[in-house]
Write a protein that binds this ligand. Sequence first.
Ligand SMILES: Cc1ncc(COP(=O)(O)O)c(C=O)c1O
Length: 466
Amino acid sequence: MVQPFSIALDRASGPPLTEQIAAAIRAAIFDGRLAAGARLPSWRDLAAQLGVARGTVKAAYERLTDEQLIIGQGAAGTRIAARPALPPGLSSAPEAPPLPSFFRDFESSPLPFQMGVPAQDAFPYAHWSRLMARAARAAAAAPVGYPDPRGLPALRREIAGYLALARGIACSPAQIVVTAGFGGALNLAIRTLKLEGGSAWFEDPGFPLTRIALELTGIAPHPVPVDEEGLDVMAGLRSMPDAGLAVVTAGQQAPTGVTLSLARRLALLDWAQRSGGWIIEDDYLGELQLKGRAAPALASLDRAGRVLHIGTFSKTITPGLRLGFLVVPAGLAEQFGTAAACLAPAPAAVIQRAVADFMAEGHFLRHLRRMKRLYTARRDALVAALRQAAPAGCVVRPGGLAVMLDLPDGTDDIDIARRAVLRGLAPVPLSPWRKIVPKPGLLLGVTNVPVERAGALCERLVTLLP
Ligand SMILES: Cc1ncc(COP(=O)(O)O)c(C=O)c1O
C-alpha cells in the first residue's frame, strides 16, 4: 500500500531538493514511520505531488537505493528495504542519540549554524591550493621511503614554535607527535598510557564525541560539572577521587567557552601529581579566542609531567586536513614515538608539508588574526539577532565559536535540530552534551553566519522553537 507521506521542502535557501527529499524519507525510515515493505509513491507521482522535476525525486530514490534503504521492484514499485530486527529492549528510535546529525551528507557544504567548520567564504582557497601543489611536487621528489612516523620534522619544529609563542608551552619537536586530528591523538595517548579499563573525569556539559571515544576505548567517563571557573575539580575529587584521567578543554571549555581559572588549574595539576592521574588537555581552539587574549595552555604550568596536550588544525585551518598533534612530557617522548610508529603513524606527508609551509611563511598566525576579527563580528551579529528574535524563556550565551541557546525545559532539541536541517540550518542539540542535567538547548556555530544574514537566519530558526 502506498503510504501517506508528507515532505516539507525549503525552496528558498535549503539544501538541494534531492537532498531534502532523501533526508525526509531516510528520517521516516529510521524513526519507523516508513516500515520495511512499505511502498513509496512512484517518483513521477511524488514529483508531481511536490512540484519538483521527476529527475529530482529519481535522484533522491537512487541515493536511498545506494544506501540500501529502499529497493526498486519494477512493476511492484519501490519499497522500503528490510532491516535487521532490533534485539528486545532496544527501540528503533533511541531517545537521545548521541549525535543526531552525525551521519549527515558529508559531501554537501556546511549549512548556517553548523559547528566545527571554518568560514567557507573566507578560506584562502587560492593560496592553499598553491601550497598543496608545491607540497605535492616536493613529496613526489622526496626519497621513496617511510617518513618519520612522529610527523615531518619541519612541521614538528613549526608546531613547537607556535606553541611557545601562542600557548606558552616550552617543548622540543621530539615531544610532538603529529596525529590524525584530535581523535588520533586521544587514541594514541590512551593506548600508550594503557588507560583502558579505568575511569575519567569528563566535563559536563562536554563534547559528546570525546565521551563516546572514551567509552569505545573501555574508559568509563565520569561527568564532572562545569561552572563559571571551568571544570569543578573539587566536585571530581568528591565524587570520583580515584579516576586515572581527566579530559579538559581548559582554554575554552566546549561548549560554554569558559577558561579554566588559575586556581582550578593548580588544583587539577595537584590532583594529577598526587594521585598519579593523567590530564588530557583538549586545546581544540588553540589561540582562536574571540575575547581578549587566549590564556596559556594548561600544559605550560605542568612541572610534574602529567599533562598531554592535544591540538588540532581543524578549527584553525580546516577539518579536511584531519591533522592534529600531541605534545607529551619529555620523559615520555621515546615511548610515544614507538607507539606512533607501531599504532598510529602521522598522516600523509604532503598535507604535513603544506601545513609546515603555511606556518613557516607566517600565514598561519595571520590567518588566525583575520579569522578572529571575522568570527567576532559574526558572533556579535548573531548574538544581537538572536536576542531580538528568541522567544521568552530562551537564554542566549556566546561560548567559543558558537552561541548557546538554552530552551525551556521539556523542549525536544533533537527534533528541532532534525527539522532545522530540512530548512537549511544545522544547529546542534545540546541535550546530548549534558548528562548530569540534560537541559535542552541549541548550539549555533558562528563561522558561517554572515553579519548581513544573521537576522534572517535567526528569524527562520525561531519558527522551529516552541
Ligand atoms: C571539544 C572538541 N574537541 C575536539 C574536536 C575534534 O577535533 P578534530 O577535528 O581534530 O577531530 C572538536 C571538534 O569539533 C571539539 O569540538
